[in-house]
Design a protein around this ligand. Structure first.
Ligand code: FCB
Length: 458
């Protein structure tokens, strides 16, 4: 392998690892379904995403993740790369269908053993393991009974969490209960873009409530199984803009914020669900039992923020239930996935969380961009736009810290190109390029930059 740390850093923006504290967590994020493959191996059960991939038209390139990056077999090589990048942390997720393979079954030792080896591999390489317990791959046998819409799925989740944290709690000190509950609930059950593909807003709100409830119940359970565990949740949050100064658009932006951001932040911080949305969506509200909101507000140790892009919102009386719509502004810089590139949006979002909510350590648990990477004739991958994306977002994070935001870590999405949900393999987000035919890994220019940045002054 080439010496990753000899690359000369471009001068703009001026950024050094020393601009961040010495104990800052530097890592990359991955998720089980997107990278592992090994679909039927060692007893792994079917997940809702395996089933979703089989339905025609659901995945844009008609692909599935039964092999993906073959990380199930190639994980030592993948962890080597994270280590060479100079990272000190690594975020991964645990596939529930590997751990509890049938309803009510006892934990599957072979599934747990895989994660045990993986965690040991991280520790051997100086990577602090950050485990996400739910990154969307619900066992299909639970979906057959109603999935997250059914309250009993919360109990099934707690059994899975109990088995996993008992097994890994001696070595994993950072736990994330859920990744992006908004996506679990809304993409999975409202717009139907994600598994299980339901289109029912009321069901989506019920799913959301059960996911948040399961989070609150999991916090003390994790702490009882994993000594000194730090427990948090990773939310997808967005800074918002109004399409105009008209009061209707401003009010629409508030409603959008209510469901996109406050619907999660408010109950987690003990404020209950936001009153404006409870009123606006009165016909679709979930069943909530007496102590649920107290449980959801169980104190956490950190907040995980996944930041990708801001959104611009307009009033749309014709679009139920929120009567809002997204406006795509033509003059904006965008990634290959058409997501707006707005580093200052990250600073703005973090400062808003600091100003509006109680003090809590924040970790950027995902941030990244997809571009249409090509392998050059000499075998290199020059993803200068992605490199600049990372530099500019880290600069925004530095500014947020200067404004008093207690940000303590940054995880790039993602270590390597992978299965990007409904987009299949069409969207590449990695610091490492994957040839999905040969499984060859090639460090991109962005990965070389990260390595040079993190290995500075070492
Ligand atoms: C996030 C997901 C992650 C990945 C990135 C691009 O919403 O958490 O799995 O797909 O987007």
């Amino acid at each position: 392998m080439t010496n990753l740390s000899t690359m000369v850093l471009p001068s703009q923006p001026a950024l050094a690892r020393d601009d961040f504290p010495a104990d800052f967590a530097w890592g990359c994020s991955t998720s089980s379904f997107q990278i592992e493959g090994g679909a039927g191996l060692d007893g792994r059960a079917e997940s809702i995403w395996d089933r979703f991939c089989q339905q025609p038209g659901k995945i844009r390139d008609g692909s599935n993740a039964s092999v993906a990056c073959d990380h199930y077999h190639r994980w030592p090589e993948d962890l080597d790369l994270a280590q060479e990048f100079g990272m000190n942390a690594y975020r991964f997720s645990i596939a529930w269908p590997r751990v509890i393979t049938e309803l009510g079954a006892k934990p599957n030792q072979r599934g747990l053993d895989f994660y045990s080896r993986l965690v040991d591999g991280m520790l051997e390489r100086g990577l602090q393991p950050w485990a996400t317990l739910y990154h969307w791959d619900l066992p299909q046998y639970l979906q057959n009974l109603g999935g997250w819409e059914r309250r009993a799925t919360v109990d099934a989740y707690l059994e899975f969490v109990d088995a996993t944290t008992r097994h890994l709690g001696d070595r994993v000190k950072h736990w994330i209960t859920h990744n992006e509950p908004w996506c679990t609930a809304m993409h999975g059950n409202w717009d139907g873009m994600h598994a299980p593909g339901q289109q029912n807003f009321k069901a989506a709100l019920q799913v959301c409530h059960h996911v948040l409830l399961s989070h609150g119940l999991a916090v003390p359970l994790i702490k009882s199984n994993a000594a000194q565990a730090q427990v948090g949740i990773a939310l997808s949050l967005h800074p918002l803009r109004s399409a105009s100064d008209a009061p209707e658009d401003m009010a629409a932006m508030q409603r959008h914020d209510g469901l996109r951001n406050r619907w999660f932040l408010d109950p987690l911080f003990g404020r209950g669900y936001p009153a404006d949305i409870l009123e606006h969506c009165a016909a679709d509200l979930p069943d909530i039992e007496a102590t649920d909101l107290e449980v959801i507000a169980t104190p956490i140790d950190f907040l995980g923020v996944n930041y990708y892009f801001p959104e611009t919102i307009a009033d749309a009386p014709e679009v139920p239930p929120l009567h809002t719509k997204l406006v795509v502004l033509p003059d904006r810089e965008r990634t290959g996935f058409a997501w707006e590139v707005a580093p200052d949006g990250m600073r703005e979002l973090l400062v808003r969380i600091k100003n509006d909510y109680p003090k809590i350590p924040i970790f950027l648990t995902e941030n990244g961009s997809s571009y249409d990477d090509q392998v050059e004739v000499d075998g290199s991958v020059c993803d200068t736009e992605r490199r600049n994306y990372f530099m500019r977002h880290l600069d925004a994070l530095k500014q947020a810290r200067a404004e008093g935001v207690d940000a303590r870590g940054y995880f790039a999405w993602s270590l390597m190109d992978n299965f990007e949900w409904a987009e299949g393999y069409l969207r590449r987000f990695g610091l490492v390029y994957i040839d999905f035919v040969t499984q060859k890994r090639t460090v991109k220019e962005s990965g070389r930059w990260f390595s040079a940045f993190l290995n500075q002054n070492k």
